[in-house]
Design a protein around this ligand. Structure first.
Ligand SMILES: N[C@@H](CCOP(=O)(O)O)C(=O)O
Length: 319
């Protein structure tokens, strides 16, 4: 996002016939937070269109706190996206969603960082959660740029992981890329990828075809279990990371990803933005979900005997 906002900052200082009044986006909560933060730092007005009651409180408060103009709209992300495209065609507001190539130029640097951190050894697989689908293409662009520059000799196979409740790309892939059918995305804990009509679908297909890529999906139970399992290793993952991890588990089970394959799972948000879903999971308070890795807090009477009883059972009994 800083690439795009920096360019807008430069353009706003240039003598344009129609000066840029601000920068706008539709968002499921993360793009809006990044845009608002960088615009606040640059002193540029930010305008964000959010689907009402579909993003977490932690995501909602970020653009509010950063002083953006926040429109909470009675529609889903795809409805917000349609509206912001109409509005930016009319008003001198610069569109910051990832159909803008300046976003992809910034996002592609994640691929360069991966290669650098692996000392320029190319991973076999990179698994990316997919919603609006700019990310998967940006990863391809970054890896391919490094290949063309001779920094590496191949690119990894890409996997786009979607929530089963919002899986238009997965369906398209399963149809053998026959015909893309946008859909109305159902509610998913992976709310940032609750998108039925992704703007970068064609670019995503290009990236997947070019890397012999795969699209996988994860049910709500699979993604919440995978996220919770990751947390048990000391991470604090978001549900979207859970989608990507669940995809990895499935591809391992199918022996598509081998036991020694070097695999990168991209984690797209901090788990603290999604505390309510974690609390519901650990309280086993999710309809039709076993929540097999739930770890609910234990209410204990505040006396030595009661505390000792619980510890004997839960700690000593387990050693
Ligand atoms: N998950 C995104 C959805 C918008 O995607 P973008 O790639 O166009 O920025 C969000 O957090 O808003």
């Amino acid at each position: 996002m800083t690439v795009l906002v920096s360019q807008v900052n430069r353009l706003r200082r240039a003598p344009l016939s129609r000066p840029i009044a601000g920068v706008g986006c539709a968002s499921t909560g993360d793009t809006s937070a990044a845009l608002s933060a960088y615009c606040a730092a640059a002193g540029i007005p930010a305008i964000v269109f959010l689907p009402a009651d579909r993003i977490s409180l932690q995501q909602l408060i970020q653009p509010i706190a950063n002083g953006a103009t926040v429109l909470s709209l009675d529609t889903d992300f795809d409805g917000c996206m349609r509206l912001i495209r109409e509005v930016t065609a009319e008003l001198p507001i610069y569109l910051a969603n990832s159909l803008n190539s300046l976003r992809l130029e910034g996002q592609k640097t994640a691929a360069i960082e991966i290669l650098q951190q692996f000392d320029w050894q190319v991973p076999d697989w990179v698994i990316v959660p997919g919603g609006n689908l700019g990310n998967i293409y940006a990863f391809y662009k970054g890896f391919e740029m490094c290949r063309v520059l001779g920094l590496v000799d191949r690119v990894p196979r890409l996997v786009c992981a979607q929530a089963a409740n919002a899986n238009p790309l997965y369906r398209y892939y399963k149809s053998g890329w026959a015909e893309f059918q946008p859909l109305v995305a159902e509610t998913t804990f992976a709310s940032a990828i609750q998108i039925g009509d992704p703007v970068s679908v064609d670019r995503a297909v290009f990236a997947l075809k070019a890397t012999n890529g795969i699209v996988e999906e994860a049910t709500e139970e699979e993604l919440m279990d995978a996220m919770s399992l990751a947390d048990r290793t000391g991470m604090f993952a978001c549900p979207h990371t859970g989608v990507a991890l669940a995809a990895l588990f499935k591809l391992r089970d199918q022996r598509i990803v081998g036991p020694n394959d070097r695999t990168v799972v991209v984690s797209t948000a901090h788990g603290l933005k999604f505390t309510q879903s974690k609390i519901d999971y650990h309280d086993k308070n999710i309809k039709d979900m076993l929540c097999q890795y739930a770890n609910p807090p234990i209410s204990v009477k505040a006396d030595f005997g009661s505390v000792m009883d619980v510890l004997q059972k839960n700690v000593n009994g387990k050693t």
